[in-house]
Design a protein around this ligand. Sequence first.
Ligand SMILES: NC(=O)c1ccc[n+]([C@@H]2O[C@H](COP(=O)([O-])OP(=O)(O)OC[C@H]3O[C@@H](n4cnc5c(N)ncnc54)[C@H](O)[C@@H]3O)[C@@H](O)[C@H]2O)c1
Length: 337
Amino acid sequence: MKNIAVIGYGVIGKRVVDAIHLQDDMSLIGVCDIISDWRIQNAVRKEYDIYAATQEAADKMESQGISVKGNMQDLLDKVDLVVDCTPKKIAAQNVKTYKEKGIKFILQGGEKHETTGHSFSAENNYKSAINLDATRVVSCNTTSILRTLTALKKADLLDHARGTLLRRATDPWESHLGGIMNTMVPEKDIPSHQGPDAQSVDPELDVITSAVKVPQTLSHMHYWNVKLSKKVSKEEIVEAFKTSTRIKMIRYDQGLVSNNTIKEMFLDMGRPWGDMYEVALWEDMLKVQGDELFYAYVVDNQAIVIPETIDAIRALTGIETDGAKSIAKTNESLGIH
Ligand SMILES: NC(=O)c1ccc[n+]([C@@H]2O[C@H](COP(=O)([O-])OP(=O)(O)OC[C@H]3O[C@@H](n4cnc5c(N)ncnc54)[C@H](O)[C@@H]3O)[C@@H](O)[C@H]2O)c1
């Protein structure tokens, strides 16, 4: 059993915490944050041990009746590995502390590759992360790109890929604070950062992305044009995608015609928060023409990196040296079938 801490109990952190709690080969020691309102109070309700990142936060938590187990240093003293889920750039500032303490650490996609020197996507490069001191689980969009292109690459079908990303404006819980309305905002640069980011995991991928922010909050949607390495049938492409357990082939003719219907299905399935850990790729929309492939899919940005983070913990701590076994174990625990 390896002891794990999670710093930052936000959109990603609270999901990572619950997912760690479900595993039988790692132990969640505590959660550290600076908030004292309903968000962290839910962690108290779930009986997780709470640590405060600052003295000010500890005072506020205690004034709200939250029993604080200690500060961040106290928590770090008890663990083998820390998963840092604080906002972009804050996690990078914590790296010095983790290194000084000699604790392994996992960062999320808001941070730069250089911060850890290794970026992770389970189906692509699990092996290269085994027993490393640190890695970065790449962002939601990048994870989806790697899953889909890795499946095509493994089947020896991929020449190059060009994708357009429709990005959600903000996360649902904070949509009262910002996000866009009645507009679409393209990213200024082509390529957008996700293509190069995928190459931080797999430098061999020939991939270019463009992105536009759209006024909704449920998920991202991607459209891809792929040049195949040879002419193959649609069935062979579908079989290649099906080799990934984390790509879910969905059908437009089954009523899954939009991101809100997909979300509703996952809520009906009883997934926590309606989370979709898989990439939902439309099988009936998928088109092969000569050596060109066209497809679209939906990415639940809040959920897709959760199984990846669990696998990254197993790789870094060396609990499991077989990536396929870790993926299967994580899938089973989260109900990914
Ligand atoms: N939101 C997404 O859809 C999404 C998807 C994939 C990856 N990511 C990445 O995951 C990381 C976390 O993003 P998020 O959306 O969960 O952020 P978030 O803002 O929802 O949560 C961050 C949490 O960290 C806490 N925090 C802030 N400063 C802290 C500190 N100094 N010490 C301890 N806790 C502190 C905040 O109070 C909050 O609870 C980022 O790198 C982000 O890019 C986010």
